[in-house]
Design a protein around this ligand. Structure first.
Ligand SMILES: [Fe+2]
Length: 254
């Protein structure tokens, strides 16, 4: 999803060893372009390995990042964000919870409410993500979105308590769509919400947890109920079994 037009690593290395005549005719420019494509392949595969590590930590969050990336792009497109901004946002969405690799399993998958000490550990995951991703210099623009995806519009979020427009717009979008997917999904500590429940929670959190402008766009998108979303909501409802209620909402644990 990050680079849908990128070739596989196998074909990239094979091309590197056996340059085609057309590539040779491309001269320096052709090789530079090829090396760039090969580097992107390595980037993509590194990121996919990280995502697999996150998925392995918690079966409840499997594919969560993929859905958050898709939802974020849908909302960003409705907000007329540039193609470059949307690409950055999609990749940041894929990586937003990479820091959960550093959160102990017993906290990550704990049924029921987290203690305040456990929640303190959970709150470290955005900074852990930045630490993990630090060597990847090509993620410079993504870092602020990942770090601030749990900030709240009213300034009571974490890690920095940023307020309103001081929170990067991409992070404000991530916050809303992350909550949407978490609410729609069954987790170890809660059952899945219906689409109507999700709408109600977004409205309740508008101007408090969420940017009202992003909520408005997301509600319009939800009102259209894209087929994929309808399928996810229906399937999640049928899988919901734990039903331990809303306690610590998705938006807090996501
Ligand atoms: Fe998160």
């Amino acid at each position: 999803m990050i680079h849908p037009n990128v070739q596989t690593a196998a074909s990239a290395s094979s091309d590197a060893e056996n340059p085609s005549p057309s590539r040779l005719r491309g001269g320096t420019t052709g090789w530079a372009r090829h090396i760039g494509k090969h580097a992107r392949t390595i980037h993509t595969e590194s990121l996919q390995a990280l995502l697999a590590a996150v998925d392995a930590k918690d079966p409840y969050t499997r594919s969560h990042s993929l859905r958050v990336a898709a939802y974020a792009d849908a909302v960003a497109k409705r907000m007329d964000r540039s193609v470059e901004d949307r690409r950055t946002l999609q990749a940041a969405a894929l990586l937003h919870d990479v820091g959960k690799i550093g959160v102990p399993d017993q906290i990550l998958t704990k049924p029921g409410r987290l203690t305040s000490d456990e929640f303190d550990v959970m709150r470290r995951h955005p900074q852990i993500a930045l630490d993990i991703l630090a060597p990847m210099k090509f993620l410079a623009q993504h870092r602020p979105l990942i770090l601030h995806h749990h900030e709240r519009y009213d300034g009571t979020g974490y890690p920095d308590g940023l307020v309103g427009e001081h929170i990067p717009l991409g992070a404000r979008i991530l916050s809303v769509v992350d909550a949407i997917d978490t609410m729609l999904s069954p987790r170890s500590y809660k059952s899945a919400f219906t689409l109507d429940d999700v709408r109600a929670e977004l409205i309740a959190g508008s101007g408090k947890q969420f940017d009202p402008r992003v909520v408005g766009v997301a509600l319009d998108w939800l009102d259209e109920t894209p087929p994929l979303l309808r399928h996810i909501a229906t399937r999640a409802q049928s899988r919901s079994a734990t039903g331990s209620g809303r306690g610590q909402l998705a938006k807090d644990r996501g």
